[in-house]
Write a protein that binds this ligand. Structure first.
Ligand SMILES: Nc1ncnc2c1ncn2[C@@H]1O[C@H](COP(=O)(O)OP(=O)(O)O)[C@@H](O)[C@H]1O
Ligand SMILES: O=P(O)(O)O[C@H]1O[C@H](CO)[C@@H](O[C@H]2O[C@H](CO)[C@@H](O)[C@H](O)[C@H]2O)[C@H](O)[C@H]1O
Length: 470
């Protein structure tokens, strides 16, 4: 196994196992996506990474190989190798090698299906599609957990890095919603799937998806943070985002199974998540009694369930020339695939976005406090940021509900999901961005205080009892 591959993985932005004692156990090459004799030769290779705690993860390496001295760019070069089929070659990260990514698109457009040594890779398209092998590839340089490449102004290919068995959730949802005008999601144009064997184990996973490229797409988080920092009105955007989420939920409810959740079980799951979270964030213990009361209020309810986004936040929204679009339907990264597929209450997504407005406020207030000019007036900056978030919350809920006030049961459900999401965020921040952990912790403290004062947990809006529980 080549040392350059471990180096490539451990430095990559998409590698989730940093600092966990990762060991590269094996690398299994899949069949070539390119025809014999063509350069660069491109294929996916599956890296199995093991950790100290005995867990194992599989990552996709998308690699291209070129003859030595072919003058190719050094920026994408990872190392050198001797391959039986190719001889002495340079190995490149294909996602940084435009010719390689052009070859990948050609394989998709031609719906190529290749097999070797018991492994198979199938490229699929969804008709009608605008894909054309001549579209020029351009690496997407933004923040992300996979690797995306844009093709002309038409399509985006997202190569999944950490592989999960079976159908990828993003593909599953985009495929189901394709053509539904309520969906506010990019259209699915194609995907690449694979099956292979390691030892006696058979694996199957999706390697990549190709979707419609959204134009003039501005990231919802960036827009909201800028608006909050400058204290401009974001309520029209928030209302439109509520309308967009409602459309997506209506479409998801039609295309995936629906059901009902026992309130008791929901309260128990949330309480269990809180209990587990306290191991990593002992600060939660001081408010766990009050938070349990918030969860207990959903016990008498029987909320309707359906497929939801599952990890909805401003970073999963894009404001495009065609209005708001919602992306990344892969659910919460800390849940198992089965958990992420489970029908859930749509209030989970509503709560996710409310938490995101609070994050924008927390982040803007922290930046204001840190800036020299405003240091003297940090409390005023925080008040203004929280007033901004409260206005966005009201506007978003109005868009989502069509202006109908929430019923008591809905208010309790929403408050429980808001608290549950903030508990999740505390753990997420402890693990990934310890400097941010104060944002969800302060939100939980406020929620608990408000709950004690009011005897309920309405997130800053009225809740007359005039709607059925959804
Ligand atoms: N269909 C699209 N068209 C244009 N840009 C997109 C599209 N989908 C996602 N993006 C851009 O890619 C970024 C990462 O997308 P995301 O689906 O969250 O990737 P990841 O799963 O790798 O984190 C988004 O923030 C957005 O800027
Ligand atoms: O986008 P991912 O699916 O990887 O989601 C994870 O990371 C998010 C951070 O990038 C995290 O979101 C939290 O921080 C956001 C600001 O950076 C904020 O808008 C969200 O409301 C907050 O939850 C998300 O929770 C996590 O699953």
């Amino acid at each position: 196994m080549s040392a350059d591959l471990l180096d490539h993985i451990s430095r990559a932005r998409w590698f989730g196992g940093k600092g966990r004692g990762a060991e590269l156990r094996r690398v299994d090459p899949l069949p070539w996506l390119t025809p014999p004799g063509s350069w660069p030769a491109v294929r996916a290779e599956i890296a199995e990474v093991g950790y100290d705690d005995d867990t194992v993860e599989q990552y996709q390496l998308l690699l291209s190989y070129r003859p030595l001295g072919d003058g190719s760019a050094e920026t994408s070069r990872l190392g050198e190798d001797d391959l039986p089929q190719l001889g002495r070659v340079h190995r490149h990260d294909a996602t940084r090698d435009p010719e390689a990514m052009a070859a990948v698109l050609r394989a998709v457009v031609e719906e190529r299906e290749v097999s070797a040594d018991g492994a198979v890779v199938r490229c699929r398209t969804v008709a009608p599609h605008p894909l054309d092998a001549a579209l020029a590839p351009r690496l997407f340089g933004g923040e992300q957990s996979n690797s995306s490449v844009m093709y002309g102004e038409v399509a985006m290919l997202k190569a999944f890095r950490r592989l999960e068995p079976g159908r990828n959730l993003d593909i599953e949802v985009h495929r189901a919603l394709a053509g539904d005008p309520r969906a506010r999601a990019a259209r699915l144009h194609g995907w690449i799937e694979a099956e292979w064997t390691t030892g006696s184990r058979r694996h199957d996973a999706d390697l990549a998806m190709v979707v419609e490229q959204l134009h003039d797409a501005r990231d919802g988080w960036d827009l909201a943070l800028a608006s909050c920092s400058e204290d401009t009105d974001f309520t029209a955007e928030a209302t439109a985002l509520g309308v967009a989420l409602r459309g997506v939920h209506e479409a998801l409810a039609e295309h995936f199974p629906t059901g009902e959740l026992a309130g008791d079980a929901l309260a128990q799951t949330m309480a269990r998540r809180l209990h587990t979270a306290q191991r990593e964030a002992p600060e939660l213990a001081a408010m766990s009694g009050e938070l349990r009361s918030v969860f207990d209020r959903v016990r008498p309810l029987a909320p309707a369930t359906q497929r939801v986004h599952g990890d909805f936040h401003l970073g999963q929204t894009l404001l495009t020339s065609d209005g708001w679009k919602i992306i990344d339907f892969e659910g919460e990264p800390m849940k198992t695939m089965d958990e992420r597929r489970e029908p859930d209450s749509p209030w989970r997504d509503v709560a996710g976005l409310l938490r995101s407005f609070d994050y924008a406020a927390g982040s803007a207030a922290a930046a204001a406090a840190a800036s020299a000019e405003l240091a003297g007036d940090a409390a005023a900056a925080a008040r203004s940021a929280h007033a901004w978030a409260a206005a966005c919350t009201g506007a978003f809920l109005a868009g989502y509900t069509g202006g109908t006030a929430l019923a008591g049961g809905e208010t309790s459900l929403l408050a429980a999901y808001v608290a549950d999401k903030a508990v999740y965020e505390v753990v997420y921040e402890v693990r990934n961005r310890p400097a941010w952990v104060g944002i969800p912790l302060r939100a939980l403290e406020r929620l608990v205080d408000t709950d004690e004062e009011r005897g309920d947990t309405a997130p800053e809006h009225h809740a007359p009892e005039n709607r059925e529980d959804r």
